[in-house]
Design a protein around this ligand. Sequence first.
Ligand SMILES: [Zn+2]
Ligand SMILES: [Zn+2]
Length: 277
Amino acid sequence: MDFSLTTLGTASARPTTGRYPSAHSLTVGGRLFLIDCGEGAQMLLAKYKLPFSRIDNIFISHLHGDHVFGLYGLLSTMDMVGRASALHIYAPGDIESMVDTFYREFGKVRYEIVIHKVKCSEPLLLESFKNLEVYAFPLRHRVETYGYLFKEKERVIKPNIENYIPFKPRAFAYCTDTAPFPQLAGWIKGADLIYHEATYASDLKALSRTTAHSTSEDAARVAVEAGAQKLVLGHFSSRYKNLDLLLQEARNIFAETYLAEEGMKFDVPKIRVNQIK
Ligand SMILES: [Zn+2]
Ligand SMILES: [Zn+2]
């Protein structure tokens, strides 16, 4: 089963000419899950041939503009192209009034928008799909913010296949925006792929704490403690034209670290159960 993340928007609050605000697409089998919907999300989806028609679920981390300003455009275009099936939006905060404002100012859409309010103080099973479970967990930011853990369901192995070594069910964790905090790594323990914000390099650690963000070193420590296979960094401050320093600082702690760039695809690594250390 295809289980991969396509990073689309990798900027933090202020977009740059080369980077859009947060928006990512997770492919699971034939479905697409949109994670955050920053400004420009619909253009990026079109550019990378990720059809809107396969998106039935949108997960929003928090209601800061750089994570939701793309929502109105996307909702509107989905109506324009004749969407008929329900769209589920999972988000914290006052997402209802955001959608109500959209209806009031721009008119109703012809499909149903189902809002799932996210609220929890520790990891919570949010939804169970055919081959996937999605959990929400709280992050530490300036407003109510949640990360999401996408976990493949355990497959039932047919007993007549001899010598079959099963694969461990894979998991992907999305962690942005957040300051580091002790429980996070435990909550996403065993995630094979982690997307974690790295707004700053280590010299701006003090600033990262006052703004409730992380440095790339903070992100790498989470990956080590969670036992991840691969770490993808994103949500970069606009001050960095070149991200080599952020990458290097993280790689000194966790070697399998990569920088998210617009349109990059990262497979959730697959490991056989007898390879688990
Ligand atoms: Zn942000
Ligand atoms: Zn934020």
